[in-house]
Design a protein around this ligand. Structure first.
Ligand SMILES: [Zn+2]
Ligand SMILES: [Zn+2]
Length: 426
């Protein structure tokens, strides 16, 4: 007998080019059949009118543990993830202390195992203590289970260190993820432009991102390392990535929901909820980024879920920390930016949230192939709902989408063949 039978859903599995109304059977934590199935099951889920997709993957999440457990923990982030339809998230290493050794990687895996919700895969630092000087112990971290390396929060400024990192990570077969921002061009708090001038706030120029990305792409061409650019925010960066892919480089990129939906005009009220790094850019950047997702230049959709306490975010704009949370509501935001605008169809959206990110980390996830891990997200594409941050599983509330009306949300999240979340009608 099957453990779970999901009946009559629109099964979209981009990894296998599948989009048809059929059944999905799960037994012993694995997908055992995609196709008409009349066999008995312990649990039957009626997915009539809903989309059945591989579990969504978010390559960019800040869990804040260890160090700031009042803002988020590995367990609360994993809970927010499944509530948002995500079955796998990558935990960024800019914790306190930073995750730059084997012990820290083991700690993330242990806490994630205890929470037993979404899979939380650890990312290790590129450099020791994220100081940008000396390479962290990548081999030990990879052996312990790190799936990528990043100094996120900061870019690696030294070209020599970055070159060595690409060589070393390339030998390990693990991607480097870069927060592209030249630190010497990071004096401001929002996008450089007329809005910043009017508000009297220091600007962060698009070139600060593009200069580091341009340099990194030169290094990737020389080292053959696998490289992933995090949270692309400018049209120029999208163009650089497009050209690098055309040249055959092993590069990939991600964009966040806020960079697909918000512009620097949102900062006009000095509301620090809109303070994020890289900053919100212009309407033409938003348009270019959406198109880059549609044409496949940008492989992955990510949240850069960055929890902060109310006290910290209540500081004035210039002093408040950078960051927005979105795990609980991201799927509806991506639908709004990409499907409702007619730029992406459902298979394309789901590809960028499943097979795309799985390919970046080279893990056997993001597919409903027979024998694959039974990570499944069931989505009601017609569900109308209003974002209410009071209902978030995340411990933080620095979310600018409170009150937004969205269409489409996850109704069931299955991880390893176990239902970890079901939307209860209120
Ligand atoms: Zn970052
Ligand atoms: Zn980040």
């Amino acid at each position: 007998m099957n453990d779970i039978l999901i009946r009559n859903g629109r099964v979209i599995d981009p990894a296998n080019g599948l989009d048809e109304v059929t059944d999905v059977a799960i037994t012993a934590g694995k997908i055992v059949r995609v196709g008409p199935c009349r066999a008995a099951a312990k649990q039957i889920i009626d997915a009539d009118g809903q989309i059945v997709a591989p579990g969504l993957i978010d390559l960019h999440v800040h869990c804040r543990e260890p160090g700031h457990e009042e803002e988020e923990t590995i367990a609360s982030a994993a809970g927010a993830a499944v509530a948002g339809g995500f079955t796998t998230v990558l935990a960024m290493p800019n914790t306190h202390p930073p995750a730059d050794d084997e012990r820290a990687i083991n700690y993330v895996l242990q806490r994630a195992g205890e929470a037993d919700l979404a899979r939380v895969l650890p990312v290790g630092c590129i450099t020791k203590d994220r100081a940008g000087k000396e390479l962290a112990e990548m081999g030990m971290m990879a052996a312990a289970g790190a799936v990528a390396f990043s100094d996120d929060g900061d870019g690696v400024a030294s070209s020599l260190v970055m070159q060595r990192a690409l060589q070393y990570a390339g030998n390990l077969g693990i991607p480097l993820m870069q927060h592209c921002q030249d630190p010497e061009l990071m004096a401001g708090v929002m996008n450089s432009g007329p809005v910043a001038v009017r508000l009297g706030l220091g600007g962060i120029a698009a070139s600060g991102e593009q200069i580091m990305l341009r340099r990194d792409l030169e290094l990737v061409a020389r080292t053959q390392g696998a490289y992933h650019v995090q949270h692309i925010s400018t049209s120029g960066s999208a163009n650089l990535l497009r050209a690098a892919k055309a040249d055959g480089l092993a590069v990939s990129g991600e964009v966040t929901c806020h960079h697909l939906l918000l512009t620097d005009a949102a900062c006009a009220g000095y509301d620090s909820k809109y303070k994020v790094s890289p900053p919100l850019r212009t309407a033409s950047d938003v348009e270019a980024l959406r198109r880059a997702v549609a044409d496949g230049t940008i492989d992955c959709l990510a949240t850069d879920h960055a929890p902060h306490s109310k006290e910290e975010k209540e500081l004035e704009f210039g002093l408040a920390p950078f960051g927005i949370i979105a795990l609980d509501c991201a799927l509806g935001l991506f639908i709004k930016a990409l499907v409702e605008t007619g730029l992406c169809d459902w298979p394309t959206l789901i590809e960028r949230m499943t097979a795309g990110p799985a390919r970046v980390i080279g893990r056997p996830l993001g597919t409903l192939a027979t024998g694959a891990l039974a990570d499944v997200t069931i989505i009601d594409p017609a569900a109308n709902w209003t974002v209410d941050t009071n209902t978030f599983v995340s411990l933080s509330r620095n979310c600018p989408y409170h009150g937004w009306k969205l269409t489409g949300r996850a109704t069931t999240t299955i991880v390893g063949g176990k239902v970890k979340y079901r939307l209860v009608d209120k």
